[in-house]
Design a protein around this ligand. Structure first.
Ligand code: AHR
Length: 501
């Protein structure tokens, strides 16, 4: 099969906000306890953080990590997690039916973020609590000193303010599963008042309002328009959340799910822009795609683990990702890059153990799942200006989608480094694709490397014993002649083709 990919330095989508390579840690399952934190582990540092996990997080290059939830945040008392550890209460955690020991709280997480070379994106509880507690939290985190909460932070050993810049106004507040879920009017009002108060304490912050929990919600669209009618001028982003599955064991349909994400982004952009018109606002609200991933393996027949109610850090939502998941993750990253003008923050959900690119065993190893790699590549080489690629290739139909291009691609130009990277997925499971790439306007660029990722078995996985079963190679076949390149996109493959001036 053949394809043509045309790109030009002027096919600009927008500048890539590095925060689209963010992730998410929730107090859920073994994300915190047994994931990032395990005192007594052979690699634990002086605070009990697993150094092997920190190393993998650093490899991913994660600019921002959303914390502490997720559904968890809607019942969280942040004050439970500060001060002497032996005085911290153990609480019932209603989102996931477990016990929260509070041995890790905001002070520890902020320190972990520093050590992992990332920053905190804080979510506040707008379920069981409200604007007052959120205001106390930002005062604790960001106020320089001389007030009750900022002095308490200093007394707890943290004199310097944390300077947390991104604040989520609750989580999935439209979902009936959420503690104290709200109507769009109720939520819009409380989000507005909370955003105002947070910004009065620290005007340098940005806020994220909860969009619909998914595009499948009955109120999708009206939720966005209604809640924004209350808070448009005080919020900076609307959240999007989506998780894909292949319960149907239909790989062709599964790999086309990026079309759904594309539709989702365009729809939320339309709802935001409608709200902007109604608000007569000059301000541009954008998207924070702060939960996205594949999530279903742990719910497949045979994989379901019985979780004892009120246990501490049980193995919840531990999806083991296969090769086809990595291909879809590549396509989802490409899709977000194609909307780099409006998607300014995104968080792969989640980071460690819980539907995550990094897995650990308590007392044992830490390893990279298949989905780790496209995420790492995009984070490393997808910084700069996103460029649209015009692709001519054959298309296919599936049970759910029609006209799915076999080749999915985007390019990123990094003028500072003199680099150009083409990301491409070949979704044809049977045939290689010979792609002719027209590098219009990119004269004098040479090939640095063509990274590929392929496995003959779409169900192949990485495990602690065989951690490199599915991993990238720098063995792709691309040649360059002037501004024309010929690249072989192997069947079912993820490709990162790097050029440099
Ligand atoms: O990421 C797992 C859960 O999915 C989060 O807690 C919630 O926000 C979403 O429904």
């Amino acid at each position: 099969m053949k394809a043509k990919i045309r790109l030009d330095r002027d096919f600009t989508v927008g500048s890539v906000d590095p925060r689209i390579y963010g992730s998410f840690i929730e107090h859920l399952g073994r994300a915190v306890y047994g994931g990032i934190y395990e005192p007594g582990h052979p690699t634990a540092d002086d605070m009990g953080f697993r150094r092997d996990v920190i190393e993998l997080v650093r490899k991913l290059g994660v600019p921002v990590v959303r914390y502490p939830g997720g559904n968890f945040v809607s019942g969280y008392n942040w004050e439970d997690g500060i001060g002497p550890k032996d005085k911290r209460p153990v609480r019932t955690e209603l989102a996931w039916g477990t016990l929260e020991t509070n041995q890790v709280g905001i002070d520890e997480f902020q320190e972990w973020a520093k050590r992992a070379n990332t920053s905190v994106m804080m979510a506040v509880n707008l379920g069981t609590r409200g604007p007052a507690e959120a205001k106390d939290l930002i005062e604790y985190c960001n106020h320089p000193g001389g007030t009750y909460w900022s002095d308490l932070r200093a007394a707890n050993g943290h004199r310097d303010p944390y300077g947390i810049k991104l604040w989520c106004l609750g989580n999935e507040m439209d979902g009936p599963w959420q503690m104290c879920a709200k109507t769009a009017d109720e939520y819009g009002r409380i989000a507005n008042e909370t955003a105002k108060m947070l910004k009065w304490v620290d005007p340098s912050i940005e806020t994220v309002a909860c969009g619909s929990s998914s595009s499948g919600m009955a109120t999708f669209g009206t939720w966005e328009a209604t809640m924004l009618s209350h808070c448009y001028d005080n919020v900076d982003y609307v959240s999007c959340h989506t998780y894909y599955n292949n319960h149907a064991h239909d790989t062709k349909t599964f790999l086309a799910n990026n079309l759904d994400m594309d539709y989702f982004i365009k729809s939320v952009v339309s709802a935001i822009d409608y709200a902007k018109v109604v608000a007569r606002s000059k301000k541009q609200v954008n998207i924070s795609f702060d939960e996205w991933n594949v999530w279903y393996h742990c719910n497949e027949p045979g994989n379901h683990k019985h979780i004892e109610r009120w246990s501490v850090a049980p193995p919840q939502l531990e999806d083991v990702y296969n090769f086809e998941d990595a291909l879809l993750i590549g396509s989802l990253l490409i899709t977000m890059l194609r909307h780099a003008d409006r998607v300014k923050v995104a968080c792969m959900a989640q980071l460690v153990n819980v539907i995550a690119p990094i897995m650990t065993r308590n007392g044992g190893g830490a390893w990279a799942q298949t989905i780790f790699y496209p995420y790492m590549h995009a984070s490393a080489y997808g910084r700069g200006t996103a460029l649209e690629t015009k692709v001519e290739c054959e298309k296919y139909d599936t049970r759910k989608y029609t006209d799915v291009p076999f080749v999915d691609s985007v390019a990123v130009r990094n003028d500072e480094a003199g680099e150009l990277t083409v990301f491409a997925v070949n979704k044809n499971l049977d045939e290689d694709i010979a792609a002719e790439i027209d590098l219009g306007g990119f004269e004098g660029y040479r090939l640095v490397e063509h990274i590929t990722m392929h496995h003959d078995d779409v169900n192949a996985v990485n495990t602690e014993d065989a951690p490199y079963t599915v991993c990238p190679k720098s063995d792709g076949k691309t040649t360059v002649d002037g501004t024309r390149a010929e690249a072989l996109l192997g069947r079912a493959s993820w490709n990162v083709i790097r050029f440099k001036k």
